[in-house]
Design a protein around this ligand. Structure first.
Ligand code: AMP
Ligand code: MN
Ligand code: MN
Ligand code: MN
Length: 287
């Protein structure tokens, strides 16, 4: 089943911090030539039924997906889950709990921004929110760009909303073992998302991969829109060293923000086990 030439297993809809509906994303993925697709909204699975229905009617195979926020060492780590049962109650409750602190966090972020002269950021961010349970830094970033404070989202994350900058509010997300167990006990595969993005020392990164594997994690994103090209090789080596399968996904959020469109990444290195080989029994075939 390495016959999926164009798998895109990471992207976001209006159910979290993307700007397209699950339906519109599925249509776009198909137009971009994707033949195996997963929607992976942050901490939320509400978009999956619509995504699956459109994917299947467009002739595209589908896997359930989610991207869970996890606190590890001093960093926020993202763990993607693929191919799980969307009705699993432990997973559903765990995600609800993980989402729970977001509104208070958003109010605290806005209060910090007000102290540096940026008023109305909470209400401003809410205008971009598609799901009230999922206010994210991305929505603040859109507000800061559209109101002229910053030119683009990368300037936002250089000047605001990150550690040591105005608008950063530390938050306690799920534990690594919790997130991995929610996914695997619901029949899915856990994947370390975009590992190059974390500011971890080599020892911390080794601990992340070791603990992830010990908890039952089975894959790592190697080819992702969140990696520079030279990082594909680095994390292909990590997949080999830790005996992990490899995933591929654009991390597409919005047509006018994301530099990597759905379905446009290079293939995985041929010697790696594609994560979909572990999930053949979970793939929802086109109808
Ligand atoms: P949150 O879950 O509220 O902490 O928001 C995290 C989201 O912010 C990520 O999923 C990205 O979509 C976005 N983000 C974080 N850092 C950056 C960055 N440097 N550039 C662009 N988007 C970012
Ligand atoms: Mn995001
Ligand atoms: Mn992420
Ligand atoms: Mn993502």
């Amino acid at each position: 089943m390495t016959s999926y030439l164009n798998a895109d297993l990471h992207c976001h809809s209006t159910v979290s911090d993307g700007t397209l509906s699950p339906h519109a994303l599925a249509v776009r993925a198909r137009q971009q030539g994707v033949d195996l697709w997963a929607l992976t909204d942050h901490d939320e699975t509400g978009g999956l039924p619509q995504a699956q229905a459109t994917a299947q009617s467009q002739g595209m195979a589908f896997l359930s997906g989610v991207e869970i926020s996890v606190s590890f060492a001093h960093e926020t780590i993202h763990i993607v889950g693929l191919g799980f049962d969307i009705h699993d109650s432990t997973l559903t409750q765990g995600l609800a709990h993980t989402r729970g602190g977001r509104d208070q966090r958003a109010q605290d972020m806005a209060q910090q921004l007000a102290q540096v002269g940026i008023a109305g950021a909470y209400e401003g961010a809410l205008r971009y929110v598609g799901n009230p349970a999922l206010v994210s830094r991305t929505h603040f970033a859109r507000f800061l760009v559209d109101s002229g404070v910053c030119h683009d989202t990368s300037e936002v994350f250089r000047r605001y909303l990150t550690e040591g900058k105005p608008g950063f509010v530390p938050h306690r997300w799920a534990g690594l073992g919790e997130a991995v167990r929610w996914i695997t006990q619901a029949g899915g595969v856990a994947v370390i998302a975009h590992p190059a993005r974390y500011r971890l020392t080599p020892n911390e990164e080794f601990a992340l991969f070791s603990e992830f594997k010990a908890h039952g994690g089975q894959a790592v994103e190697v080819v992702t829109g969140s990696h520079a090209v030279h990082e594909y090789a680095t994390y292909a080596d990590m997949a080999r060293e830790f005996g992990l399968a490899a995933s591929r996904g654009s991390d597409f959020h919005a047509p006018d923000e994301s530099s990597t469109d759905l379905g446009t990444l290079p293939p995985l290195p041929a010697d790696l086990v594609p994560v979909w080989d572990l999930l053949r029994h979970r793939v929802q075939a086109p109808v």
